[in-house]
Design a protein around this ligand. Structure first.
Ligand SMILES: CC(C)(COP(=O)(O)OP(=O)(O)OC[C@H]1O[C@@H](n2cnc3c(N)ncnc32)[C@H](O)[C@@H]1OP(=O)(O)O)[C@@H](O)C(=O)NCCC(=O)NCCS
Length: 165
């Protein structure tokens, strides 16, 4: 049974392993993503099958204008989500996304959250299908490039954020 729990500092190495496997074709994200994990203010979730970490999600929250005042809109940024290749298509990603949506919904109680945003490679069909299923739409096809050259698309999920199931 898959159980999703908040990440702990000692889980950083596990995040590094899954990131290296999942994101190496886009550049050195095996190093970069664990750095996000350790950054103050970043929320993390780890999916466990017993004592084996099989996926993770990282969320950051940014003020819309950068002003960081209580009346500002906020953006929820899904920095990364990845599932161990042997566990894909078994709803682990779905369980992680439920926690992400739940967190955003909770944060919406005290911050005005405008949208959840994320970046995906234009050729990452599994991820694009996965995110579409959660109500994300492609908003910017010229968002930039990954360090290995793939086009980066910005996807957005507008409020409200409904947690399913
Ligand atoms: C994207 C990712 C997180 C999905 O995780 P997952 O656990 O395999 O996804 P789920 O099993 O919960 O799939 C839910 C739905 O998403 C869609 N989906 C997921 N993987 C798919 C694939 N390879 N092809 C087509 N649709 C897919 C399907 O609609 C699926 O429902 P279904 O199995 O009932 O048809 C996983 O493929 C992954 O880790 N990819 C590498 C990292 C990555 O690209 N992250 C996203 C960018 S940050």
């Amino acid at each position: 049974m898959i159980v999703v729990k908040p990440g702990l500092p000692e889980n950083q190495e596990l995040v590094e392993e899954i990131s290296s496997q999942a994101f190496s074709k886009y550049g050195d994200y095996g190093t970069l993503i664990p750095k996000f994990f350790a950054t103050k203010g970043v929320h993390s979730f780890i999916a466990w099958d017993g004592d084996q970490a099989v996926g993770f999600a990282l969320m950051g929250f940014l003020p819309w204008t950068g002003a960081d005042t209580s009346d500002d809109w906020w953006i929820a940024d899904l920095l990364a989500i990845a599932v161990d290749v042997d566990y894909r298509r078994r709803r682990v990603g779905t369980e992680l996304m439920k926690k992400v949506m739940q967190l955003v919904q909770e944060m919406s109680g005290w911050r005005e959250i405008k949208e959840i945003q994320l970046t995906s490679a234009s050729d990452n069909e599994p991820a694009l299908k996965f995110f579409k299923g959660f109500g994300f739409e492609v908003k910017d096809r010229f968002h930039g490039k990954y360090s290995s050259g793939q086009d980066a698309w910005r996807l957005v999920h507008q409020a409200p954020f409904i947690v399913d199931g």
